[in-house]
Design a protein around this ligand. Structure first.
Ligand SMILES: NC(=O)c1ccc[n+]([C@@H]2O[C@H](COP(=O)([O-])OP(=O)(O)OC[C@H]3O[C@@H](n4cnc5c(N)ncnc54)[C@H](OP(=O)(O)O)[C@@H]3O)[C@@H](O)[C@H]2O)c1
Length: 233
């Protein structure tokens, strides 16, 4: 049974990716902050013969992230797939967003991926042909917009991290894909007035990740950009 590590597994895109990987027979080690949500999710999935190993982790907290990566390394399992998905979206303009917003965006959306990837790279390198790292970037990684603020800054940085990591890992055979979705239905959009049927579904992102992962190991989709059919909101 191959192992995947996914962050932010209880809602939205991370939940859809986790469910896809479980259905495809992966042992999934995942995290989120809400113990209640993690318990409900693992109770549901672990009844059906699949294995979901939940960890309560705030990925913006360096110590908690280290505890998480140490537990993965100590488990003796060798991840074949790492999905750096956990992230927060807070709109804002650089001129007037609250003090500390940049720090929140960077610790959650960038440093978490950087430090978790660094910790797991030694085992990922031993995991054989086709190992893959996915980073949940965004169309906000590619195009500035008013109101992007620190969120967009953090997503540009995550794309830079992805591109640099890919170059570094080319000799190892590990593939690195930056997933860049536009508006995708998740709790960030609930209450926004947006019709859930007019934007990308979280399952679309899970399906596109699976398509990229199952390409021949000789192929690396470097950046995948996916937008609502009618364009950005
Ligand atoms: N939805 C979109 O339109 C969209 C578009 C482009 C990119 N993205 C990116 O895709 C990723 C997922 O977005 P989403 O919309 O699916 O988010 P979401 O519905 O809010 O779900 C986020 C998931 O991550 C967990 N999480 C959040 N902060 C965390 C933290 N500090 N530590 C650990 N887990 C944390 C949440 O659980 P807890 O709250 O229990 O921790 C939840 O399971 C993000 O990186 C986001 O920036 C989303």
């Amino acid at each position: 049974m191959k192992t995947a590590v996914v962050t932010g597994i209880t809602q939205g895109i991370g939940l859809a990716i986790t469910e896809k990987l479980l259905r495809e027979g992966f042992y999934v080690i995942g995290c989120a902050r809400s113990k209640t949500d993690l318990t409900a999710l693992s109770r549901y999935w672990n009844r059906s013969g699949t294995v979901l190993e939940p960890h309560v982790v705030d990925v913006s907290d360096r110590d908690q992230l280290t505890t998480f990566s140490n537990a993965i390394l100590a488990s003796g399992r060798t991840p074949h797939l790492l999905v750096n998905n956990a992230g927060v979206f807070q709109p804002g303009a650089i001129a007037d967003e609250p003090d500390g917003q940049l720090e929140t965006m960077l610790t959650t959306n960038l440093y978490s991926a950087y430090y978790l990837t660094r910790a797991l790279l030694p085992v990922l390198k031993t995991s054989g042909t086709g190992a893959h790292i996915f980073n949940l970037c965004s169309v906000a990684s590619l195009q500035a917009y008013p109101g992007g603020g620190s969120y967009s800054i953090s997503k540009y940085a995550l794309l830079g991290f992805s591109d640099n990591l890919r170059e570094e890992l080319k000799p190892t055979g590990i593939r690195v894909t930056a997933l860049c979705p536009g508006a995708t239905w998740s709790r960030s959009w609930s209450g926004s007035g947006v019709d859930s049927n007019t934007i990308i579904q979280a399952s679309d992102i899970a399906d596109i990740l699976w398509s990229a992962y199952t390409l021949s190991p000789a192929a690396c989709p470097e950046r995948i950009v996916i937008r609502p059919q009618s364009g950005d909101l």
